[in-house]
Design a binder for this molecule. Structure first.
Ligand SMILES: Nc1nc2c(c(=O)[nH]1)N[C@H]1C(S)=C(S)[C@@H](COP(=O)(O)OP(=O)(O)OC[C@H]3O[C@@H](n4cnc5c(N)ncnc54)[C@H](O)[C@@H]3O)O[C@H]1N2
Ligand code: MOO
Length: 391
């Protein structure tokens, strides 16, 4: 069996990065910027007032100084004249600072009578001018690749871009497999259960900016699986769930081979998630996940999410990890890298006592996975461990 790190390397080698498309700013949230965009202007384009008040010459500023107000500069309507010594211009936040002025006095720090202002002792404590290009100017750009945040989109708008080049969303076909499965809301027979994993994976994919598509549940026979693979045609990534292990009814590997799978690997030294398989199937990549619900969703975090990121042009790297302290001891691990469902408290992280890979209720209560290396000895309370935060 290969290690998790090697499985990830092999998965990244199977990824074909997707092309870019242009979208309006209003549809860019969460999308991945495909290439850097250059500022098309400076911001602010002129020295601008940071306050409502009076633009003056610093040389005139003193307690009790009296200045003549000769005009007004408002946002969108500057003042074209130049204040001389002893003169001031009424100014508002965001308005261009007139030539000759080099300070803005807050209106709270003056008294005004007619067109004359008198400065108080508080006047002149700060300049209150935003220099031209203080935010960005020619030569500045928004770097790529990045998942576009609300701040990124506002910055791109300020740089005068109405549309942005983003990577096309990967289309992902999800196939649940198993005679025992019915869709949520349907009436299960006595030996049946509800298909749940595919909905959790669908949610993970939505959060990753992919375009998931749930196909009809495939039954445990080669014909049904062949139909499912045909329905998946056109997808960039095909995800199967279940039927990946060694039982007589675990037919996904055989059916995928029949549909043209060029397999890269099957089985990874991890717990849960051992029977993971992957390869290329025509233009698509195939990721075959184990059927146990926790195994499928953990594989979604550990493998599917980095694959989607790589398809979107983001750096190929493993799921984000952090260091945490154990709030309770951890038993020794066996030969597979263990992803233990755990919860964070004030003293650190605690692995749940129940770790069976069928227990969705435990995964739902977990806020992180403790990653325990293969053959790791028992760890005492207080020891440092690596965790993968869950969202
Ligand atoms: N003799 C061995 N048996 C098993 C091994 C092994 O190495 N030798 N590996 C075990 C491990 S580890 C895992 S994980 C499971 C995975 O097996 P499959 O991928 O073949 O999954 P299934 O057998 O189809 O299903 C397992 C379990 O999950 C339920 N399931 C399946 N799909 C869904 C779904 N969409 N939603 C909810 N639940 C689902 C299914 O009913 C089964 O209960 O194999 C072990 N066995
Ligand atoms: O490795 Mo399985 O994925 O234990 O449940």
């Amino acid at each position: 069996m290969i290690t998790v790190a090697e499985a990830l390397e092999r998965l990244f080698a199977l990824v074909t990065p997707l092309p870019a498309e242009e979208v309006p700013l209003t549809q860019a949230a969460g999308r991945v910027l495909a290439r850097p965009i250059a500022a098309r202007r400076s911001q602010p384009p002129f020295a601008a007032s940071a306050m409502d008040g009076y633009a003056v010459r610093q040389a005139d500023v003193a307690e009790g100084a009296r200045l003549n107000v000769i005009g007004e500069s408002a946002a969108g309507h500057g003042f074209s004249g130049t204040p001389a010594a002893g003169e001031a211009v009424r100014i508002f936040t965001g308005a261009p600072v007139p030539e000759g002025a080099d300070m803005v006095i807050l209106q709270e720090d003056v008294t005004r009578e007619g067109d004359v202002i008198t400065l108080s002792s508080a006047a002149g404590q700060s300049v209150n001018i935003r220099p031209a290009g203080a935010d960005f100017g020619p030569g500045d750009s928004l770097s790529a690749p990045r998942r576009l945040s609300s701040a990124d989109i506002a910055l791109a708008a300020a740089m005068n871009h109405g549309t942005l080049p983003v990577t096309r969303r990967p289309e992902v076909a999800i196939i649940a497999t198993g005679d025992e499965l019915v869709a949520p809301g349907e009436e299960p027979g006595p030996d049946q259960i509800i298909a749940s994993n595919t909905y959790g994976l669908y949610a993970q994919l939505q959060a990753l900016d992919a375009l998931p598509r749930l196909l009809p549940i495939a039954r445990d026979n080669l014909d049904s699986l062949a139909i499912a693979f045909r329905l998946a045609e056109g997808a960039d990534l095909v995800i199967t769930v279940g039927g990946a292990s060694v039982g007589d009814h675990d037919l996904v590997g055989e059916a995928a081979a029949g549909a043209g799978l060029d397999r890269s690997f099957w089985k990874v030294a991890m717990r849960p998630g051992k029977p993971l398989m992957a390869g290329r199937m025509g233009d698509a990549m195939l990721l075959g996940l184990p059927g146990n619900p926790v195994s499928a969703l953990v594989c979604g975090q550990v493998f599917m999410a980095p694959v989607i990121d790589a398809m979107l042009g983001l750096p190929a790297r493993s799921a984000r990890r952090r260091i945490a302290r154990l709030a309770a001891p951890l038993a020794a691990n066996g030969p597979r890298e263990h992803y233990l469902r755990a919860q964070t408290g004030p003293e650190g992280v605690t692995a749940f006592s129940k770790q069976d890979s069928s227990l969705l209720s435990v995964l739902s209560d977990a806020d992180c996975l403790i990653v325990q290396p293969p053959n790791d000895p028992a760890r005492p309370e207080g020891a440092e461990v690596e965790i993968v935060p869950l969202n």
